[in-house]
Design a protein around this ligand. Structure first.
Ligand SMILES: [Zn+2]
Length: 502
C-alpha cells in the first residue's frame, strides 16, 4: 500500500491556483503603483532643485517640457514620465487587433473601432440566414450573403455545430450590424468566405489551403501509464499505440517501466499552410529511456514490404516469438544443469521456469499448431506447439488448458493456451517453458535474438540514412507545443495558396 499523496498536495494545489487567479490582479496593482510612484517622483524632483540650477537639466529635457500648471514662471520644466509597461497581449486581445488594418469597407467614414468579430454556431434547424437574422442583419444583406454562400457550397450541407466567423460593423443609422465578411471552414484545408464589396454587394470565395507534412517531437515523462503520459504531452492515440506495440517485444512493462522515465515520440503531422493540423501525426520514431538502457524504434518500409518498426541496427522489433509467454513473470529456474528440487540429484533442466500465481494465462509464444495437450507425466498438464518444421515450444505444470486447446488446433501468437498451475513434478505454481530446435530442447532465452528479421542490401542503406535523420530529429525537431500555434483564427495569413472566386 502506498500513502495517498492527496492530503498534503491539495492545499498546495489550491494555493497555487489561487495565486494564479490573483496574479493578473497583483500585476495590475504593481503597474499602477509604479506609475503613481514615477509620477510623484518626477513631479517632485524638479521642485526640490534650486531654481537657478536647471541649466543642465532644462537643456536636455527642453523637448519634453510641458506647460507648467500654477507654480509660476521660474519653475523648471516638468518631465513627463515614460509610459508604464503594458501587460503582454493575450491571444484573445490579438484576434481583434489583426482585423483592424483591413479596410474592406473602403468608404473610410467608419472608424475601425466600429468593427468587431463574432463567432456563431449552427444549431439544429439553423440556416446561415436565420443566424444572421437573429443578430438583426438587414434582410437585403442576408439574402445576398445567403445566395453567395449557396453558390460556394453548391449542394454541400453544413454540419450542426459548424462555426461561422463574422466580421461585423456597427452603423449609427441602423439597428443591426453590417456583415463585412463571413467565413465557414468545414475542413481545415477548405474555407468559404463571403465578403462585402465597396458597392455594397457580396462576393463569395473559396480558399484551398495547401497541406504539407511537418515533423514534431513529443517529450514526456512517465507519470501513470505510458499511454496517459503520452496523451498528456499531446501525442495522438494511434501513434502512442504504435509505440507501445513496437516496444512490447523488447520491454518488460511490469518490471522495467518506472515512474519518471523519459520518452520521446517523433511524429509526422499534416498541416495546412496557415498552421491548422489536419492529421495529428503518425509515429516515425520513438525513444524510451529505461533505467539501464535506451530503446529506440524507427518506422521503415522495406522495398517489398509493409511499414514496420526497427531498432537502429535495422532489425525488426517484431519477433517470431514473444519475449516471455506470460505477463508479469519472473524466472525462478534457468536452463541447464541443476539439482532437481524433487528428485534431489543433479539433472539437466531442459527449460526455463517462470514463477507466477496459479491461473495466470499462458500465451502461445508464436503462431503454430498444437501437437500435444493434456497430462504428460512429470510435466503435468502440458502443451506442445509446433511453429515451423524445426521449431517447437512446450509449456508444463498447467492447472488447466486454454479454451479449445487440443491436438491439431492452430493458434495465433499470444493466444491463451493454458493457465499456470503446479501439476506434475512441481513444488509450486510456475510455468516450465521449453524451446525445441529439431526436436531437442535448447535455452529459450538464448534464442530470441535469432528470431528477428533484419534488413539488408539497399533497404539497409536507406534505413541507415533514415534512422540517422530520425535520431537527430528526436533531439532537435520542434516541440509539438511550439510548432502548433494556439487555434486562434489567423485571418491575416489567409491570403491562401489556392484562392479562387466563387
Ligand atoms: Zn522447469
Amino acid at each position: 500500500m502506498t500513502e495517498s499523496p492527496f492530503p498534503s498536495d491539495r492545499p498546495k494545489a489550491a494555493k497555487t491556483a489561487a495565486f494564479r487567479l490573483l496574479r493578473p490582479l497583483l500585476f495590475a496593482v504593481a503597474v499602477i503603483g509604479l506609475t503613481l510612484g514615477a509620477l510623484i517622483v518626477l513631479h517632485e524632483r524638479p521642485a526640490s532643485h534650486p531654481t537657478g540650477n536647471d541649466a543642465s537639466l532644462g537643456q536636455a529635457d527642453a523637448g519634453k517640457a510641458s506647460p507648467d500648471k500654477a507654480a509660476g514662471a521660474p519653475m523648471p520644466p516638468i518631465v513627463l514620465p515614460e509610459p508604464p509597461p503594458v501587460p503582454p497581449l493575450t491571444s484573445a486581445d490579438f484576434k481583434g487587433f489583426q482585423f483592424k488594418p483591413q479596410d474592406q469597407h473602403g468608404e473610410g467614414e467608419a472608424p475601425a473601432s466600429d468593427r468587431y468579430d463574432l463567432t456563431l454556431r449552427l444549431e439544429r434547424g439553423d440556416t446561415v440566414e436565420k443566424v444572421l437574422a437573429d443578430i438583426d442583419v438587414l434582410e437585403a444583406d442576408r439574402k445576398q450573403i445567403d445566395a453567395a454562400l449557396k453558390a460556394l457550397l453548391k449542394k454541400r450541407r453544413l454540419a450542426i455545430g459548424e462555426s461561422i466567423d463574422l466580421q461585423l460593423q456597427t452603423l449609427p443609422d441602423q439597428d443591426g450590424p453590417r456583415v463585412l465578411s463571413l467565413s465557414i471552414r468545414p475542413q481545415p484545408e477548405r474555407e468559404f468566405i463571403v465578403t462585402r464589396k465597396d458597392d455594397g454587394s457580396y462576393e463569395g470565395q473559396e480558399k484551398v489551403y495547401k497541406v504539407s507534412p511537418r515533423i514534431v517531437r513529443v517529450e514526456a515523462v512517465r507519470q501513470g501509464s505510458l499511454q496517459q503520459s503520452a496523451m498528456q504531452a499531446g501525442a495522438p492515440t494511434p501513434a502512442i499505440l504504435d509505440f507501445i506495440r513496437a516496444l512490447s517485444y523488447d520491454v518488460d512493462f511490469q518490471r522495467e517501466l518506472k515512474q519518471g522515465q523519459r520518452f520521446t515520440l517523433l511524429l509526422e503531422q499534416q498541416v495546412t499552410s496557415d498552421g491548422r493540423v489536419t492529421d495529428p501525426g503518425r509515429l516515425l520514431a520513438g525513444e524510451l529511456r529505461l533505467t539501464d538502457r535506451t530503446i529506440i524504434v524507427v518506422r521503415f518500409r522495406p522495398q517489398n514490404g509493409a511499414d514496420g518498426f526497427y531498432n537502429p541496427k535495422g532489425e525488426s522489433v517484431v519477433r517470431s516469438f514473444l519475449r516471455t509467454p506470460m505477463d508479469a513473470s519472473h524466472i525462478t529456474s534457468r536452463f541447464g544443469m541443476r539439482e532437481h528440487p524433487i528428485l534431489g540429484f543433479s539433472a539437466m533442466h531442459t527449460g526455463v521456469d517462470f514463477g507466477a500465481p496459479t491461473g495466470t494465462p499462458i500465451f502461445a509464444a508464436g503462431a503454430g499448431k498444437v501437437v500435444t495437450a493434456g497430462p504428460n507425466g512429470g510435466y503435468g498438464i502440458f502443451v506442445k506447439l509446433q511453429h515451423t518444421t524445426q521449431i517447437g515450444t512446450g509449456y508444463g505444470h498447467m492447472s488447466r488448458l486454454g479454451p479449445g486447446i487440443k491436438p491439431g488446433v492452430l493458434v495465433r501468437q499470444g493466444q491463451v493456451i493454458g493457465f499456470v498451475g503446479s501439476t506434475g513434478l512441481s513444488t509450486g505454481p510456475h510455468l516450465h517453458y521449453e524451446f525445441y530446435r529439431d526436436g531437442h530442447p535448447v535455452n529459450p532465452l538464448a534464442q530470441k535474438f535469432a528470431m528477428r528479421a533484419g534488413l539488408s542490401g539497399k533497404d539497409m542503406n536507406r534505413f541507415k540514412a533514415l534512422s540517422r535523420e530520425y535520431l537527430n530529429q528526436l533531439k532537435n525537431a520542434p516541440h509539438i507545443a511550439e510548432a502548433s500555434p494556439p487555434p486562434a483564427r489567423q485571418k491575416e495569413s489567409a491570403a491562401a495558396d489556392g484562392a479562387r472566386g466563387g
